[in-house]
Design a protein around this ligand. Structure first.
Ligand SMILES: *[C@@H]1O[C@H](CO)[C@@H](O)[C@H](O)[C@H]1NC(C)=O
Length: 242
């Protein structure tokens, strides 16, 4: 009896111990837990007080074909600098953010155990990204899969012609959601709303409060219910035995 009781307690406290508001996903370059990184480079510097990326990762995030993912932004001619800066920011956000907990899911991939799904992006960040890239070229709408990696870097697969950005992404929404296979969710929330995640910010990281909001409003419910049921079960078990 006591064994079961202990088991229930251990399980219910286990479900609570994972800090979804301050954690790093289990992926290719993330630290195991977030912490200060005084030397974060350039566009990644806003995360320096609390980051899942190292200084090395933050510097690599700024170079073409970096060892991080061997990803070639220039697969349809040179990507314009104004467009590329959004991909650098996207990389900083992905690698450095300690507040993605509510949107982290397990995946069965060789290069990572977890990914993000449907992170609600602020409208301004998605729109400015699309505006600055809409005159560039690409050959695919989902940049996660389907490339030709024969050279070690991604190139357009056979039959995929380079076309205008807007042929693949007619709207900001289509770009933000499709480019990383639904890692991001388009929203009409603005940066002041507290209801969307910001790729671009300065000063204190505004995304912790946003993660807290989503954790409390929707995603917390199932585990809260589970914890309540387990606590009740434990309590009644304890009473039966006393
Ligand atoms: C980061 O680390 C990798 C692997 O150790 C190394 O090859 C690379 O040169 C480093 N990059 C920087 C910018 O220090």
């Amino acid at each position: 009896m006591w064994a079961i009781f202990t088991l229930i307690l251990a399980f219910s406290s286990g479900t609570l111990s994972l800090d979804k508001l301050n954690m790093c996903m289990d992926a290719k370059h993330h630290k195991t837990s977030p912490g200060p990184e005084g030397l974060l480079y350039n566009q990644c510097a806003p995360w320096k007080n609390n980051a899942c990326c190292t200084a090395n990762t933050s510097e690599e995030a700024h170079s073409d074909n970096s060892y991080l993912y061997n990803f070639n932004w220039n697969h349809c001619g040179s990507m314009s600098p104004k467009c590329k800066k959004h991909f650098i920011q996207d990389t900083c956000f992905y690698e450095c953010s300690p507040h993605l907990g509510p949107w982290i899911q397990e995946v069965d991939q060789s290069w990572r155990k977890e990914r993000i799904v449907d992170v609600p992006l602020c409208m301004e960040d998605c729109h400015s990204w699309w505006e600055d890239c809409k005159d560039d070229f690409t050959c695919k709408s989902d940049w996660h899969t389907g490339w030709n990696w024969n050279s070690g870097f991604n190139h357009c697969p056979a039959g995929a012609k380079c076309r205008k950005w807007t042929d693949f992404y007619p709207t900001p929404k289509s770009m933000c959601e499709q480019i990383w296979s639904n890692s991001y969710l388009y929203t009409t929330h603005s940066k002041t709303s507290g209801r969307c995640m910001q790729l671009w910010f300065s000063g204190e990281n505004p995304n912790r409060k946003v993660a807290e909001y989503y954790l409390n409003s929707a995603l917390q419910m199932p585990s809260f219910t589970l914890t309540s049921i387990l606590s009740l079960a434990a309590a009644s078990l304890a009473m039966t035995m006393s």
